[in-house]
Design a protein around this ligand. Structure first.
Ligand code: HEM
Length: 281
């Protein structure tokens, strides 16, 4: 059955995300041994029950090694270095900073071998079933598995999964918060700007669940529901890391000016990520 219901009311959103009768929508079988379908079938994000618990422990175990304050410093340093290389601009903050620094900072903080951010972006484009071409994502997943030791098992999927989950959502948070900061004249702290952005212009707007009795897919509106990081068993385990990275990036960007305040967004039902943010010093 494929009928869709949308849940947007605040209390109903939290209840739905905690409801064991609403499980993760099924992900497709098949695909290469270390491709995008393998990745989806091997991470916490698309699993339920005991399988989900085990995989989530793998992800949180890795994240526990990364202290958010250190990650924030790392993100700030990497942003300063990027801005130094770029010079005055104008340049696209999304392509040069928001889509690169979060991945680079996390890779370093997690002690991972270097992986290019664009390879992670290629996986993220197709991570949700039906959102992007699988073939380039298959190649990109294979490259990441190779970089992480070449064995397509759950611990490797947990590491790839952390980078992929970071990718679009954190780029969106940085982009939306940068826009709020550069449009306003005030001197609010970057922490306040990030917190307000998560409430009023969150990067992840929607998630889906499947009613286990009827098979109907349910859309859950995280934006109106006031749950920017989700809730319940799948609630984002990387929220402190995400806000730390975003705040670290925003600090050195303060004082830049928007070249074009009219912003276009990526075509996505679930995400709100500026396609381009032209800024200049
Ligand atoms: C602004 C940035 C971020 C936002 C808004 C965000 C939001 C979310 C949301 C809403 C979910 C739950 C999806 C659902 O219930 O269907 C989620 C799951 C997840 N997020 Fe994030 N996320 C962000 C950044 C990160 C970062 C930086 C990491 C890791 C370092 C991360 C790791 C994860 C993981 C592993 C899951 C799956 C958890 C599970 O299924 O148990 N996220 N995220």
């Amino acid at each position: 059955m494929s009928s869709q219901t949308r849940i947007a009311d605040r209390a109903a959103v939290s209840a739905a995300l905690a409801d064991p009768a609403l499980t993760m929508p099924r992900v497709p079988d098949g695909g290469p041994a270390s491709g995008i379908r393998w990745l989806r079938r091997s991470v916490a994000r698309f699993a339920d029950g005991a399988e989900h618990d085990r995989r989530r422990r793998q992800a949180t175990g890795l994240l526990a090694e990364v202290e958010p304050a250190g990650l924030r410093r790392l993100a700030a340093e990497r942003t300063c270095a990027a801005l130094e290389v770029i010079g005055g601009g104008p340049f696209d903050l999304m392509a040069r900073v928001a889509r690169v620094v979060p991945i680079d900072a996390l890779v370093v903080a997690l002690g991972m071998p270097p992986v290019p951010a664009d390879v992670v972006t290629a996986v993220a484009k197709a991570y949700q079933p039906g959102t992007g071409a699988e073939e380039p994502a298959d190649e990109a997943v294979a490259r990441l598995v190779e970089a992480f030791g070449g064995v397509p098992d759950e611990p490797t999927a947990a590491r790839v999964g952390l980078l992929v989950q970071t990718c679009d959502a954190t780029a969106g948070l940085v982009g939306n918060a940068a826009l709020a900061m550069l449009r306003a004249d005030g001197e609010r702290s970057v922490d306040a700007i990030v917190a307000e952005t998560l409430l009023h212009d969150p990067p992840v707007r929607m998630t889906r669940r499947r009613a286990s009795d009827t098979g109907a897919v349910v859309e859950i509106d995280l934006a109106t529901g006031g749950c920017p990081f989700g809730a319940g068993p799948h609630q984002c385990p990387g929220q402190d890391h995400a806000t730390a990275i975003a705040a670290g990036i925003l600090e050195p960007v303060r004082g830049y000016a928007l070249v074009n305040p009219q912003v276009q967004y990526e075509r996505s039902a679930a995400l709100r990520v500026p396609t381009e943010l032209l800024v200049t010093r």
